[in-house]
Design a protein around this ligand. Sequence first.
Ligand code: SF4
Length: 367
Amino acid sequence: MIKNCYIHIPFCDKICSYCDFCKMYKIDKFIDTYLDALEKEIKSIYKGEVLETIYIGGGTPSSLSINQLKKLFSILSILKKDDNTEYTIENNFENIAREKLELYKEVGINRLSFGIETTNKNHLKLLERDIDLDKVVNTISTCRELGFNNINVDLIYALPRESIKDLEKDLEYIYSLDVEHISTYSLIIEDHTKLKIRGTKNISEDLDYDMYKYICDSMKKHNYKHYEISNFSKEGYESKHNTCYWDNSNYYGFGLGASSYIDNMRITNTRSLNNYCDGKYVKEVEYLNDEDKMEYEVILNLRKSNGIDLDMFKSKYNKSLIDVYDYKELVNLGLLVLENNHLYIPCDKWYISNSIIVDVLEKKIYG
Ligand code: SF4
């Protein structure tokens, strides 16, 4: 039974220098065709389950005009929800307006995600992003007035020439908005981005670590719970949608470049608009056996503060985790904690979580 659904809207008003997501300039004549193709894809795959989460991401969904958004929501009305469904849409402060927020309310959106990234003028210039801080405050206040009580903002840190002082200012600004959820991203200069082409370099690993540690300590002081390596929330406002990925649950992914995890298949859609609009949605399919699934379970679950639920693991795979990966030594070394039948990475080791996860996978018992 699939309970989660991601929808990708690839259009943006402008292209940020660090972006390697599946996105393109917003050109109105493509949008209608794209939405028609999206409708066909959903209708050909969705089985009518009541969904626990729906997440509209991008790109920038809020770059669509009000009429394009109305068309999108009319297409998405086929997706079944109930009173508990978490229904999120990503937005950019530069192209959101009261009219769009009112439409969101009307169609049942109950979680909003906004990219702030940074407030520092030099860093915004480097990232090729704009942000009007007065507009941010006014928009958040309009959201509250309309009754939205679950808001996320994104922060990017580890920017070239960024200091801890700069980071502190960004965080103080974000705290002043009093949002329920904060996602943080350490800037990684990906291939084929404008930053990479210009030869921009990542900051040193030591400074990256200091910044991560600063964020973790600061969030704690401000009562944000650190529930996943890079995500923080007020109590009870963890992202249910993203948690479905870290729980290794099944999900639909519709739209250009979207990924799905359905039964034993991880499916990645094409990034070619032509192919997508011609109904050739899928680019590749990874078929998973139980061993692959258990590996994903470890990789994804260990990103969360509560780690792997050992009872859940056993009920899913009919095997105890310890019979698949001999993790005892890692517990003895303090790299993992075993508590209340959960196995997790202690938060002071999250910065090296990737290497701990590799260590667990290397403890695989063959036979
Ligand atoms: S970072 Fe977001 S807003 Fe910027 S180009 Fe990429 S998808 Fe668009």
